[in-house]
Design a protein around this ligand. Structure first.
Ligand code: ADP
Ligand code: AMP
Length: 214
């Protein structure tokens, strides 16, 4: 099963993608996590990506597309995958469609997690991230067992630089301008499904499972 998660930053794509990956036994591929791991390890890609990410801008398509096309050809992705945070522009979506055509494969579902902008700033200011293992929490809606400590790996949790309110508004503007058009793009491919992302996260997941099947 090949799945794309669509939705604004902070809509809950990563939260749902992790649960999908676990239930259906497919890898969760997050370009944001890949960039953050590169930043942490001080790679050239990480240095380039950071300058864009810190400003709430998108990393250029040419640094993003090949990375994903390589990743989806790895052994663990042969049964499917859930893409989270990619594609984020029409050129990225076209690059993915072309690559999939060449591989004789296609996207089965593009799931739009729909959350209005008013709810997003709350979600982002309360998000806490583990930069070691990629786990994500929320101080109110999905709190870790011990404040500031990752349940999964014990590392300390941080407020991402790009989750500060001044950057969140820029990211929302970028989303509406560059990413939202993908909803029409995947509707045109006949694979678009939408879920109400304002519900409790377990209820959002139930709606997702109703789409993907048990
Ligand atoms: P995205 O991957 O779309 O940027 P996340 O999955 O990281 O978003 O979610 C953003 C924040 O909102 C996180 O702190 C997460 O714990 C929280 N969150 C996710 N889904 C819900 C939900 N349905 N209700 C409340 N908070 C949620
Ligand atoms: P995310 O973890 O998905 O919220 O992504 C965090 C940041 O990483 C984004 O605001 C972008 O700067 C960058 N990024 C992640 N995925 C992409 C992508 N597909 N295209 C461009 N930039 C991306």
């Amino acid at each position: 099963m090949r799945i794309i998660m669509l939705g604004a930053p902070g809509a809950g794509k990563g939260t749902q993608a992790k649960k999908i990956a676990e239930k259906y036994g497919i890898p969760h591929i997050s370009t944001g996590d890949i960039f953050r791991a590169n930043i942490k390890n001080g790679t050239e890609l990480g240095k380039k990506a950071k300058t864009y990410m810190d400003q709430g801008l998108l990393v250029p398509d040419e640094l993003t597309c090949d990375l994903v096309v390589d990743r989806i050809q790895k052994d663990d992705a042969q049964k499917g995958y859930v893409l989270d945070g990619f594609p984020r522009t029409i050129p990225q979506a076209e690059c993915l469609t072309d690559a999939l055509n060449k591989l004789g494969s296609k996207i089965d579902f593009a799931i739009d997690v729909d959350v209005p902008d008013e709810n997003i700033v709350n979600r982002m200011s309360g998000r806490r991230a583990c930069l070691k293992c990629g786990a994500t929490y929320h101080v109110v809606f999905a709190a870790p067992k011990t404040e500031g400590v990752c349940d999964a790996c014990g590392d300390h949790l941080v407020l991402r630089d790009d989750d500060k309110p001044e950057t969140v508004q820029k990211r929302l503007d970028v989303y509406h301008e560059q990413t939202q058009p993908l909803i029409d793009y995947y509707n045109g491919q006949g694979v678009l499904k939408s879920v109400d992302g304002t519900q409790k996260l377990e209820d959002v997941f139930q709606a997702v499972v109703a789409i993907l099947g048990e």
